[in-house]
Design a protein around this ligand. Structure first.
Ligand SMILES: [Zn+2]
Length: 229
């Protein structure tokens, strides 16, 4: 069995969407501090974390982008959504700040040799991390998917799609519309994925990326993996 880790590290001040709070992480206590319990003296180490529900590699819940009453929060989403079959498409040639067109996405799916099955997770390698991660442009210059491409993926019956960027479509209006399209079509997306290049040309895999059970959460960090059995 070959497990490909698709999650980014979570660490102090890691790059997050500018409209969300930053990741703050520090040592809460460590082994230099002796603790006493009855006759025993011991040490332990633990960290303090403060973060947005959209920190690091995460999945957006419908309540994030769907203003209608009853839109699901992350703890209400069926776990089946996060244990699916999936494959990754290669859109690494799309220029920065550009949305891949319907035709480009259809061509990438055809090139992958796969046909989208109901409930599939479709991962989208746009070479965002390779070009931008760790640089100021990571927060603004990412490429993404066009609205017709997102609607077409929904028409094929996907459960969700995932990108490496902080947003599924280029900054501003395209990103707002992409989120609205997800609400309208009953699909969702993952953001800040990693290592998608390692999936290209390898066909189908088991996708697993369970969210934390955050009550009322609008998203959750996930440990996303692709498993080749
Ligand atoms: Zn998000």
């Amino acid at each position: 069995m070959d497990i490909v880790d698709l999650s980014r590290d979570i660490f102090h001040r890691t790059q997050t969407h500018p409209s969300h709070p930053p990741v703050v992480m520090t040592v809460w206590n460590d082994h230099s501090e002796k603790k006493h319990a009855g006759n025993t003296t011991f040490t332990s180490k633990a960290m303090f974390l403060s973060l947005s529900d959209h920190a690091g590699t995460h999945v957006d819940a419908p309540v994030h982008f769907d203003p209608r009453p009853g839109a699901q929060s992350v703890d209400e989403m069926p776990l089946e959504k996060f244990y699916t079959s999936g494959f990754c498409i290669d859109l690494s040639h799309i220029p920065l700040k550009t949305a891949a067109t319907l035709e480009e996405v259809q061509a990438a799916v055809a090139k992958s040799g796969q046909t989208i099955q109901p409930g599939d997770t479709v991962l989208v390698w746009l070479a965002t991390n390779e070009r931008l991660l760790g640089k100021p442009g990571y927060l603004h210059d990412f490429p993404g998917l066009s609205l017709p491409a997102i609607h077409w993926l929904a028409d094929q019956g996907i459960g969700m799609f995932g990108v490496e960027a902080i947003s599924p479509a280029p900054e501003g209006e395209p990103n707002f519309q992409a989120h609205m399209a997800c609400a309208e079509r009953g699909i969702t997306h993952m953001e800040c994925l990693a290592n998608l290049d390692k999936l290209i040309g390898r066909g189908r895999f088991r996708f697993i990326g369970f969210p934390l059970k955050i009550r009322g959460g609008t998203a959750s960090p996930i440990r996303a993996v692709a498993i080749f059995e």
